[in-house]
Design a protein around this ligand. Structure first.
Ligand SMILES: Nc1ncnc2c1ncn2[C@@H]1O[C@H](COP(=O)(O)OP(=O)(O)OP(=O)(O)O)[C@@H](O)[C@H]1O
Ligand SMILES: O=C(O)c1ccc[n+]([C@@H]2O[C@H](COP(=O)([O-])O)[C@@H](O)[C@H]2O)c1
Length: 224
């Protein structure tokens, strides 16, 4: 049995593993709320937040990797079901998801991995580094996202879903990897870029991110 102390010190050794990777520049409620809603649905007792040190598909970041990690940690303090994993900061190379999953699989060979992404990420998934190999290591769980509708899905993504989509969580649990599931609608029209813009023009963002994260942003004069 896990004690309350041991629960949050790393990835649990027995249950399925849920991971939400992101640039988190900054982390916001559009990350946290849909991710939290997945826990029950997937039968997870923890969700790992994995900040990308060098995000593969972004030109750069505004806050440093350390600052983004600090904000993720503040969000985790508020919600004990979230755990921040800093492993991508320990690598000097681009934060490819494949490399991260290979590391985790080595540590937890028998555990199922759910890699959580938003619909925008699904639309570009076939451009990810060795995406076919990623699907040998995890299932993808896709959160809906305003602005990225199923009707607008690129042809390559349609083909990807045709080969990998399942409609029921029980189907995911039949294998360790290789499937894609669309999570129940949980629409949060929030993005980090919108928050950065609003902060730059001195607009109120309180309703978009956890208050300790906003306090950190103000204290460190970020996004001005
Ligand atoms: N509002 C949202 N609803 C659902 N998924 C989201 C939402 N915001 C981000 N995500 C997902 O979370 C992951 C990390 O996103 P990221 O940290 O790049 O945030 P972002 O808001 O998309 O950032 P930016 O606006 O700077 O591009 C991605 O898979 C993304 O699809
Ligand atoms: O591995 C890749 O090629 C790859 C390409 C784009 C995004 N990702 C991962 O997807 C997650 C969300 O990325 P982003 O850029 O939307 O913050 C994050 O964990 C990234 O490392 C990974």
């Amino acid at each position: 049995m896990k004690t309350s102390d041991s629960r949050h010190k790393g990835i649990h050794k027995t249950s399925d593993i849920g991971i939400l990777g992101g640039t988190f520049d900054p982390i916001h409620l559009g990350h946290l709320n849909p991710a939290k809603a997945l826990l029950n649905w997937l039968g997870l007792d923890q969700l790992v937040l994995m900040p990308a040190a060098i995000p593969p598909h972004k030109a750069g970041t505004s806050a440093s990797a350390q600052q983004r990690v600090q904000m993720v940690k503040l969000a985790c303090e508020q919600e004990k079901v979230f755990h921040c994993d800093e492993r991508e900061l320990k690598r000097q190379t681009t934060s490819y998801t494949l490399d991260t999953l290979l590391e985790i699989k080595k540590e937890h060979p028998h555990q199922r991995i759910f890699f959580v992404i938003g619909m925008d990420s699904l639309f570009s998934f076939t451009k990810w580094h060795k995406w076919q190999q990623i699907l040998t290591l995890c299932h993808l769980v896709v959160n809906s996202r305003p602005g990225y509708e199923l009707a607008d899905m690129p042809t390559e993504t349609q083909q990807l879903l045709a080969g990998h989509q399942v409609s029921d969580v029980s189907e995911l649990k039949k294998s360790l990897a290789g499937n894609i599931i669309l999570a129940p609608e949980s629409r949060w029209d929030i993005s980090s870029s919108q928050i950065r813009q609003q902060l730059q023009s001195n607009q109120d963002c309180q309703h978009l991110l956890p208050s300790p994260v906003l306090a950190y942003i103000r204290q460190h004069n970020l996004y001005r």
